[in-house]
Write a protein that binds this ligand. Structure first.
Ligand code: BEZ
Length: 399
């Protein structure tokens, strides 16, 4: 297996898979020590590839919260084990089985990519492992595959783009071409946008895709120039989003055919996109300039810890830890009181940097979706596109 595995208590010990586990595993296996043993948090995230920065910011956000709580949640010390999932669905089942099997993670935090997340969800359901998804939006995770032990601190793919359908229709845009990666997240975000856009009288000129994680956009941009839609709506994220936005501007399309998207198109990417991103409007559950105490404090703390400007991925990691904290606090650190812990997590009301955050019966966030525009190198809020957006959780039997 190529993925790197790292185990840590307070300090990180790095090493090849297997060898590094010796640092923590013997203590966790002894029943006498088990009560006082740290809660073992498995971080399964992309630390390499097009989503590497997203994974790092989630990891940093999660650890920031734990540090702010003195390294403990609900009075229990936290230990980490981490796996690089490389955003590869084909390796996801093995990676997750390793975390919950050999590594005996008590809770798994993961991941970014919808396809990887769905493989993790299956293992979490089968093994009843507590899992918090800190990004991946796969609708099914809090839809047909929902389960008491599965939570999301991020969004459903439907949730982030559905509001944009009405925003564009209200702006008088009639005819939109869409461009995305050909995988779950792209398909679901485009479908949700199209659902609401067509409901309000809009038309989809053409749906275009490239395989994930390819970044050869030239043929599609040529096609846009031929179609001449009123606007383009797209989903890309991470390294792919940087390249797409720059290619779109370089093709000279931005001047005549405005580019819109899911907020991932411009979140965490602006330093690399530079002027090419100016004026792009997106919808997301976060904006850089949210002028609320929780966001101001978070951005300062994140900058102090990492030297970086926080973004939505860092917020989602931070809130995953806050959600786990709500559960651990309710049971005084005893995660074996599972039902009580899950009930507390489901009822949690988090004062998130993104604004008020609560959870529906399927354990998906209920949250504001903001309309943002890139100005001065930031995703600035223009308005609340839709308040307290609640995913319909289609197919979830818990609701
Ligand atoms: C996803 O695969 O669900 C995803 C990846 C990056 C950003 C947003 C969603």
């Amino acid at each position: 297996m190529s993925s790197r595995l790292i185990v840590s208590r307070r300090t990180l010990l790095t090493g090849a898979a297997g060898a590094a586990t010796l640092a923590v595993a013997p203590a966790l296996r002894s029943p006498a020590i088990a009560q006082n043993a740290p809660l073992k948090v498995g971080l399964m995230l992309p630390y390499t590839g097009t989503y590497a920065k997203l994974g790092k910011f989630i990891d940093d956000g999660f650890r920031l919260y734990v540090e702010q709580k003195g390294g403990k949640l609900g009075g229990r010390e936290i230990a980490f084990v981490q796996v690089d999932d490389e955003s590869k669905p084909e390796a996801a089942t093995d990676n997750m089985n390793r975390l919950v099997g050999r590594e005996k993670a008590d809770v798994v935090i993961g991941t970014v990519h919808s396809g990887v997340a769905m493989a993790m969800v299956k293992v979490a359901r089968d093994t009843k492992t507590l899992m918090i998804i800190p990004n991946a939006g796969a609708n099914d995770a809090t839809g047909p595959a929902c389960a008491p032990n599965i939570f999301r601190s991020s969004f459903s793919n439907w949730q982030t783009t559905f509001p944009m359908g009405k925003v564009l229709a209200d702006a008088g845009i009639k005819n939109v071409a869409t461009i995305t990666w050909r995988y779950t997240a792209g398909a679901e975000m485009i479908d949700a946008f199209a659902e609401n856009f067509t409901k309000h009288g809009g038309k989809i000129a053409e749906k275009m895709t490239v395989p994930f994680p390819e970044v050869e956009f030239q043929a599609l941009l040529t096609r846009v120039a031929t179609l001449k839609p009123d606007a383009v709506f797209s989903f890309f994220a991470g390294g792919g989003a940087v390249k797409f936005v720059k290619d779109y501007a370089a093709a000279g399309l931005g001047k005549t055919i405005p580019l819109y998207g899911a907020g991932f198109l411009t979140d965490g990417t602006l330093p690399a996109q530079g002027d090419a991103a100016n004026g792009i409007r997106t919808t997301l559950h976060y904006a850089d300039n949210l002028d609320i105490p929780a966001n101001i404090a978070f951005l300062k703390a994140f900058k102090d810890k990492t030297g970086n400007v926080g973004d939505i991925y860092a917020v989602q990691g931070y809130d995953a830890a806050a959600l786990l904290d709500a559960g651990m606090t309710a049971v005084g650190g005893d995660d074996k009181q599972r039902d009580k812990m899950i009930a507390a997590m489901g009822a949690a009301k988090i004062d998130s940097p993104r604004g008020p955050l609560s959870f529906n019966k399927a354990h998906n966030p209920i949250q504001n979706i903001y309309l943002r525009e890139v100005r001065n190198g930031r995703n600035e809020m223009i308005s609340i596109a839709q308040k307290d957006v609640d995913d319909p959780a289609r197919g979830c039997k818990l609701t």
